[in-house]
Design a protein around this ligand. Structure first.
Ligand code: SF4
Length: 245
């Protein structure tokens, strides 16, 4: 029933639909990590971040316990976010390379970041039921962004698998068999009805420390996918690496 992204963000932040995740996000917010013991944790669902007329959407997994669940903004205050925002800044889609808290002045240009699960899960692992229960928020977000959104970058296989059925329900044609996730995957989804634009789906390894510390995902690899997706969506980018052939 949300009529705008602002309404959606407010409604998401007030959701209590998953008992296990509500208990976990609040427990983490009470116990805190020692380094943040003086801070007040957000301890609620983390809404999407970025303009309501975004041409490009980035879909992650779920907020981190001491990152988004602490600061209240997607990928803000953790190592994954450090990598993601540095890359967005490098390609010209963010006004600064760092994300520390909700008042740090960070702005995204034409890009919005969201997740298929809006609450921090234990061990970063939502259950399939929690993923499906949270899917209606993603569905609403996509419907509200439909007039402008032209590309989606999905960070990791979990987000890919969560997003495809939501895209099918929100008005795009998802081929059968379903396209497989892979770093550098690019699929154009046709619109299911006239008056809607096709949507370009890009796969990218998740910006987790597991991938970035091991070199499985390098800044250059991330910047390349972000730049490709942004250009496909009609956004201007800054490239320090040659585009793929
Ligand atoms: S994960 Fe999603 S559906 Fe579940 S409580 Fe959080 S916001 Fe609500």
């Amino acid at each position: 029933m949300c009529r705008s992204i602002a309404e959606l963000d407010a409604a998401v932040a007030d959701c209590f639909a998953c008992p296990r995740l509500v208990a976990w996000r609040e427990l983490v917010a009470r116990q805190k990590r020692a380094a943040f013991r003086d801070q007040t944790y957000w301890g609620r669902p983390v809404p999407g971040f970025g303009p309501a007329d975004a041409r490009m959407l980035i879909v992650g997994l779920a907020p981190a316990a001491h990152g988004g669940n602490r600061t209240g903004r997607m990928f803000t205050g953790d190592r994954s976010g450090d990598v993601l925002y540095a890359a967005l800044y490098a390609v010209g889609l963010a006004n600064q390379p760092t994300a520390v808290d909700r008042d740090d002045g960070l702005r995204l240009d034409g890009v919005r970041i969201t997740a298929p699960v809006h609450c921090a899960p234990p061990d970063n692992k939502p259950t399939p039921e929690e993923r499906d229960r949270c899917g209606h928020w993603l569905d609403t977000e996509l419907r509200l962004l439909t007039p402008t959104v032209r590309s989606v970058v999905v960070l990791g296989a979990f987000g890919w698998q969560a997003l495809l059925p939501v895209l099918a329900g929100a008005g795009w044609v998802v081929p059968r068999p379903r396209p497989r996730f892979g770093h550098g995957a690019h699929v154009e989804l046709a619109a299911a009805d006239a008056g809607r634009n096709p949507l370009h789906l890009f796969g990218c390894y998740h910006v987790s420390q597991q991938n970035t510390f091991t070199g499985r995902l390098t800044p250059a690899m991330l910047e390349e996918v972000l730049a490709d997706a942004a250009e496909t969506a009609g956004l201007q980018v800054r490239r320090s690496h040659a585009p793929r052939g």
